[in-house]
Design a protein around this ligand. Structure first.
Ligand SMILES: Nc1ncnc2c1ncn2[C@@H]1O[C@H](COP(=O)(O)OP(=O)(O)OP(=O)(O)O)[C@@H](O)[C@H]1O
Length: 264
């Protein structure tokens, strides 16, 4: 598949090649290959259980694929099958690659005993070993960007769900990631709080961040992503530019999926 972003000499920022993953006898991913070019936003859509979250988690090796390659910025994550399970072969490489990937989960996963500002500063200080004053300045700028600078000294429990999720986004941004992964970032939120999180993600897309986004919100996927990938039972059923996937779906299954969503 050719997209404008990967037609240049540069390799795509993300390449997944023939990814397989089973849990016990359940084969959840059955051979998935996809790419995301620099600055591209890719939406993963599909029914519940089709494998979207598992695929997203394979990108940063939170799940280790049983087969296939994960290539970030042209560098393949080394894997070994020695021992009981397949795993990343080189811890140092894995840490380095992961430190370039920000992930935002459905449940915000903030540390409850730390202020919002400390949550955002933790990874750059502890993992990246950066200098405190500089990190603090950057963390405050990130909180400003997501619209919650006034909550810097509050604790997560004092924030609304939408504010907590925006803090989680600021935290992911503070490691200065090359790639951002979002796993259903608004599905734990009341509808009136979704908008504030979606606005932030849209802003990041406009800034040219490379993002892979799992979402059930088709309107949002359509408005923010450049490409959509429709998964069905662990395989890519259809993919393409959002205007084609949403505007002129070819497979009957995708047509039914989109029609059902409109009545949900
Ligand atoms: N750690 C795990 N152990 C066992 N089974 C798992 C595990 N993670 C996911 N599964 C199973 O794999 C299948 C795919 O799950 P996954 O969460 O990737 O789907 P999804 O498309 O993201 O679904 P949803 O939209 O409901 O979040 C499901 O049947 C799920 O129960």
């Amino acid at each position: 598949m050719i997209s404008a972003a990967n037609s240049s000499a540069q390799p795509p920022l993300l390449q997944l090649e023939d990814i397989h993953k089973s849990f016990g006898t359940l084969e959840v991913l059955r051979g998935i290959s996809l790419t995301a070019g620099e600055g591209e936003v890719v939406a993963l859509i599909g029914s519940s259980g089709s494998g979207k979250s598992t695929l997203l988690r394979c990108i940063n090796l939170l799940e280790v694929p049983d087969r296939g390659r994960v290539v970030i910025g042209g560098e393949a994550v080394a894997m070994t099958s020695e021992g009981p399970h397949r795993r990343a072969a080189d811890e140092k490489q894995l840490r380095r690659i992961r430190s370039g990937i920000g992930m935002v989960f459905q449940s915000f996963n903030l540390w409850s005993h730390m202020s919002v500002l400390d949550n955002v500063m933790a990874a750059p200080l502890q993992v990246q070993g950066r200098e405190k004053a500089e990190v603090r300045e950057e963390a405050l700028a990130m909180l400003e960007k997501v619209g919650i600078a006034q909550k810097a000294d509050a604790f997560p429990a004092q924030l609304s769900g939408g504010q907590q999720q925006r803090a989680a986004i600021a935290r992911a941004l503070c490691i200065n990631p090359r790639l951002m992964l979002f796993d259903e970032p608004t599905s734990a939120l009341d509808p009136e709080l979704e908008g504030e999180v979606l606005r932030v993600i849209r802003l990041l897309a406009e800034e040219g961040r490379t993002m892979v986004l799992v979402t059930h919100d088709m309107e949002f996927a359509r408005s923010v992503a450049r490409r959509a990938v429709f998964l069905h039972e662990g395989l890519i059923e259809e993919e393409g530019p959002v205007r084609e996937v949403f505007g002129a779906p070819r497979s009957e299954r995708l047509q039914r999926f989109l029609a059902a969503g409109q009545h949900a």
